[in-house]
Design a protein around this ligand. Structure first.
Ligand SMILES: C[S@@+](CC[C@H](N)C(=O)[O-])C[C@H]1O[C@@H](n2cnc3c(N)ncnc32)[C@H](O)[C@@H]1O
Length: 251
C-alpha cells in the first residue's frame, strides 16, 4: 500500500534544504554513506524490540526503516514523515507504512499523527535543519515518551568551514543539548566520522548531493577556487550527537 498523505505546507516553508533533497532524491542513496552509518548506529541503540508505532521524522529514503527490519524490531504502524515528496516516494512502502509529507518546523505537522505515549519517535540526520530547536523538541516531546535522535553538529566540515571562512549553518553540540534538556531527560554520545576523497572537487560534489549542507550556504566561485587550493585534509569531517531521550511531558 502506498499512502502519501500531504499536510498543507506553504511554498515559503519549502526551503532550499527540501529543494536540494528533492533534486537529488534518486541519487541520495549513492551519497549518503555517513547518514547510512549513522542510521545503523542509531537503530542499534534501541533496547525495546516491539512498538505499537514508530514515527520517523525526516525519514528520507528509509535508512531507519531498513535497519529496523534488519534488526528484527517490530511495530504495528510505521509513520514515515518527510517534507520532500520525492524522498517519500523512494521510502519503502508496506501495509503498516504510512507516509506523511509535512514540515517538522510547522505546528500542523504534529496534528498529522496521533500522540501515543508508548510509540517511539526516531530521527536520524534530519533535525539539524530545525528552524527553531525549542519549537521542534517541544512538539516532538508531546507526541511520545521515548525518542532517539542523531543530529549533525556544527563541527561537521569544521576545517572546510574554517578554510572557506564561513560559519556552519547548523547548531553546535551545546545548543542542541541546551534545547533537548528542556524537554527530555537525555543521555548523549558524540561520534566523529571521516570520509576520504581523491580531491576537494569530489568532496564538494559529495556535500552537494548528500544534502548535509542542505544548499543553505552556496560558495562563490572565488571561495571554491580558494578552497580547492587551501583545504589541508584529504577527508571531510562529520560530527553527530546521538541522543537517548525520555520526554519530561509524560513523566
Ligand atoms: C540527510 S536526510 C536523512 C534521511 C534519513 N533519515 C537517513 O537517515 O538517511 C534529511 C531528511 O530530512 C528531510 N527534511 C529536512 N528538513 C525537513 C523538514 N523541515 N520537515 C520534514 N523533513 C525535512 C529531508 O527531506 C531529508 O529527507
Amino acid at each position: 500500500m502506498k499512502v502519501v498523505r500531504r499536510v498543507h505546507t506553504t511554498q515559503k516553508n519549502k526551503s532550499k534544504i527540501i529543494k536540494e533533497f528533492s533534486r537529488f532524491a534518486k541519487e541520495y542513496d549513492r551519497h549518503n554513506i555517513i547518514q547510512s552509518e549513522v542510521a545503523k548506529q542509531l537503530v542499534a541503540h534501541l533496547c525495546i524490540k516491539k512498538y505499537p508505532a514508530i514515527i520517523d521524522i525526516g525519514c528520507g529514503s528509509g535508512e531507519i526503516y531498513k535497519n529496523i527490519q534488519k534488526n528484527y524490531i517490530f511495530f504495528d504502524h510505521f509513520i514515515a514523515v518527510d517534507l520532500s515528496k520525492e524522498m517519500l516516494e523512494i521510502h519503502p512502502s508496506g501495509n503498516a507504512v504510512e507516509k506523511i509529507s509535512t514540515d517538522f518546523n510547522a505546528a500542523e505537522a504534529y496534528a498529522s499523527f496521533d500522540t501515543q505515549a508508548e510509540a517511539l519517535i526516531i530521527s536520524s540526520s534530519a533535525l539539524q535543519w530545525s528552524q527553531d530547536l525549542d519549537f521542534t523538541f517541544s512538539w516532538i516531546s508531546k507526541k511520545a515518551k521515548k525518542a532517539y535522535f542523531a543530529i549533525f553538529t556544527s563541527s561537521t566540515f569544521k576545517t572546510l568551514h574554517r578554510a572557506a571562512k564561513i560559519h556552519s549553518p547548523i547548531y553546535t553540540e551545546d545548543q542542541l543539548k541546551q534545547s533537548i534538556d528542556k524537554y527530555y531527560n537525555a543521555l548523549y554520545e558524540t561520534h566523529a566520522y571521516k570520509l576520504h576523497f581523491e580531491s576537494v572537487y569530489e568532496m564538494l560534489n559529495y556535500i552537494k548531493k548528500s544534502g548535509v549542507s542542505g544548499g543553505e550556504k552556496k560558495l562563490t566561485y572565488k571561495q571554491v577556487k580558494n578552497l580547492i587550493k587551501n583545504y589541508p585534509l584529504d577527508y571531510l569531517e562529520f560530527e553527530v550527537l546521538f541522543v537517548d531521550a525520555t520526554s519530561r511531558y509524560f513523566a
